[in-house]
Structure formats: structure tokens, C-alpha cells
Write a protein of this length. Structure first.
Length: 94
């Protein structure tokens, strides 16, 4: 179910380019801006709060894609921003 989020979203400071929801509580959002820092944020409480789990550093654009899949009980993720980043533990480490 979709609901309206207050703007700005707590913890996210740039434009959001991609979102990937895992379940009702867990979701990821990729953001950034051209020639700037880009971040992937994670929520575990249905979007009430977001925390950065991946940052590219300066001058690396924005995240253009997020994808997750479950293999043998483990959640694997990919995030794309100038490079491809991989997580094998539901986005805790990249």
C-alpha cells in the first residue's frame, strides 16, 4: 500500500533516482546528483527513517539502478552508479 511521505524524507538529502522494495518494511533508495556524492539508503521501518548504507564519494553521479534477488536463503543486491556495487547481506555491506 502506498502512502504519502513527508518531504524532505528523513535522512535523504538529494534527488531519488531508484527505489527497490523487498517487503512491507525493508526498502532501498538510490539518490545523488550529477558530479556529486551518491548514496544508497535503507529503511527497515516502512520508510519512516532511512540510513545511508553505501556512498560513492565525490563526483560519482547518482544511482541509476537497484536490484535484489534471493539465492540459497541469502539476499544479494546490485547498485549501479558509474560502477557496479554488490552486497551479499541485504545491503549491510557493499
Amino acid at each position: 500500500m502506498w502512502c504519502r511521505a513527508s518531504i524532505p524524507v528523513s535522512g535523504i538529502s538529494n534527488e531519488i533516482y531508484c527505489i527497490y522494495g523487498i517487503n512491507d518494511n525493508l526498502a532501498f533508495a538510490g539518490e545523488g546528483y550529477v558530479n556529486g556524492n551518491a548514496n544508497v539508503y535503507k529503511t527497515t521501518n516502512a520508510g519512516l527513517n532511512w540510513s545511508a548504507v553505501l556512498t560513492t564519494g565525490n563526483n560519482n553521479g547518482h544511482f541509476t539502478g537497484l536490484a535484489f534477488t534471493k539465492i540459497n536463503g541469502n539476499m544479494f543486491g546490485l547498485a549501479i552508479a558509474e560502477k557496479v556495487y554488490r552486497s551479499s547481506n541485504t545491503g549491510n555491506n557493499w
